[in-house]
Write a protein that binds this ligand. Structure first.
Ligand SMILES: [Ca+2]
Ligand SMILES: [Ca+2]
Length: 204
């Protein structure tokens, strides 16, 4: 059993191999607080996690460490049950200062790793978001970023909560031939649940 949590400046893992009787803790990575951003929905460095059938562990999170890049999506994996973790890599490949936030992560039956997130790269005001994703067949090398949405969403375009929790319910699942992404979309002037099935061979 793997429990991931965030402290003041770290993402950590508490792992139990005796049904929760005892835990071993380890540090996944340092995590740098999100940079200031123009949008005002809540966002955090909370990790999205997954495990494959070989017990490899995968973590993605939004992080503010990259000056000039806005907030980015970072990724790390462990192939030894969390004893050590790979150096974090940035999954979003835009060369901009846009924010990427709210990652969701899924591991397929084949061991592939898919990560989707909220991405402002298409809005020069760094405000409205699209959903982007990337997929790795081996947990190491990721394919090109794929834009999942065809219309951007203004996070404030919600009559109930003005988008204050707009990114909380993004989700992703890995099927046999598609990655299935679910997100909150405001193109219809309120919040709707949208989904798209992204074929594995689009970019990965
Ligand atoms: Ca960024
Ligand atoms: Ca609605």
């Amino acid at each position: 059993m793997n429990v991931f949590y965030v402290g003041d400046s770290n993402i950590s893992l508490a792992r139990s191999t005796d049904s929760g009787a005892s835990y071993r803790t380890s540090t996944v990575s340092n995590a740098v607080a999100l940079q200031a951003r123009p949008t005002h929905y809540r966002a955090s460095v909370y990790p999205a996690v997954g495990v494959d059938s070989r017990n490899n562990l995968y973590v993605a999170w939004a992080d503010g460490r990259n000056t000039g890049s806005g907030n980015d999506i970072l990724f790390s994996r462990s192939t030894n049950s969390g004893l050590s973790w790979s150096a974090p890599v940035v999954l979003n490949t835009d060369a901009s200062s846009a924010d990427q936030l709210m990652p969701a992560l899924a591991v397929g039956k084949d061991g592939s790793v898919s990560v989707a997130w909220l991405d402002n790269r298409n809005d020069s005001a760094n405000y409205s978001y699209n959903v982007y994703m990337t997929r790795s067949s081996d947990g190491v090398s990721f394919g090109a970023n794929t834009r999942v949405t065809n219309v951007a969403s203004n996070p404030d375009n919600d009559p109930r909560t003005q988008g204050s929790m707009i990114g909380d319910y993004f989700a992703i699942g890995a099927g046999d031939s598609t990655t299935n992404v679910f997100w909150t979309d405001t193109r219809n002037n309120n919040e709707d649940i949208y989904t798209a099935a992204v074929p594995f061979n689009v970019n990965n």
